[in-house]
Design a protein around this ligand. Sequence first.
Ligand SMILES: Cc1ncc(COP(=O)(O)O)c(C=O)c1O
Length: 353
Amino acid sequence: MTNTDAIVVNKVKESKITTTDFDNLTFGKTFTDHMLECTWRDGKWETVEIKPYGPIQVEPSCKVFHYGQAIFEGMKAFKDAEGDVFLFRPEDNWNRFNESAKRLAMPEVPKEIFIAGLKELVHLDKEWVRYGEGLSLYLRPFMISSENGVAAAPATEYKFMIIMSPAFAYYKGDVRVIIASEFSRAADGGVGYAKAAGNYAASFYPNNLALEEGYQQIIWTDAASHEYLEEAGTMNIFVRIGDTLLTAPNNDRILNGVTRRSVMQMATDHGITVEERRVSVKELRDAANEGTLKEIFGSGTAAVIVPIKGFKHKDFVHELPVLDNSYATTLMGALKDIQYNRSEDKHGWRVKV
Ligand SMILES: Cc1ncc(COP(=O)(O)O)c(C=O)c1O
């Protein structure tokens, strides 16, 4: 056991890496040798521990099971040709994590724990970050209320943890979507802008219905009128009409995506006109009918950019054209080049581990 800068590190005796089949990974099923754990009790964060990945013990009355105080982040580490490992805009995730914490009445996690802990953990398991197109290490910081007792009130004890999973490209196959006209993922004044676990639970049932109809994702619309596009499943949404790239402005129902901000910057860098404004379903359908709707894509950490092949809204069904020079392909390439340290990092997004 070693104690480096207040992080206690307890290493595994034998790594699982030699028995891990990296060619046949299922997303999010395999975890690296170590995890990070830190408990908040009596109003303060205790010692940060890095220890072997494994079960944690909680009682059945643990508050997270009853009142759902649970938040998380999704981020990635990438390896370059020289074997150096980089995080992508980690402070953006740290900031968003604390915004989620605030909204769920949970304690904020200081930078010395979130960022320093993340770097130490990734560094320790850096052999698990594989080099190659689409390969990365998916990082999952999360926090749960860990106090025992079923009184409906914010907990007095929380656990902040980080687990890590080797990943390939997330989505496989074509993605077609249904535009929501009945269900909502988030409400005005609610927690949609937070990465709260419950937001995902609430989306599974409508998503199952979409899957039964042969659609892989739902385009979420505003809860009040279902007239404006908001998110593409668990991604932010981009629509290309003519040569202009449109994306919904952030509000309290939309997760403020790190990839979205990066895509907007990359597009501007490439001379593409980006408009951050409300896009109505009517505008989308009119553009589809007029032939000016060229692309729809989602942006998110898991897959960077996911082109959408077609959509359904009520009884209107439309297939997107196949383009030679799509914005999706250009912007995905530009972002990956930064993530894998293949191009100049003009905006200072890479953080070496
Ligand atoms: C609901 C939702 N919207 C958007 C995103 C995209 O955010 P980011 O680009 O920060 O991964 C995510 C997460 O990936 C998400 O869960």
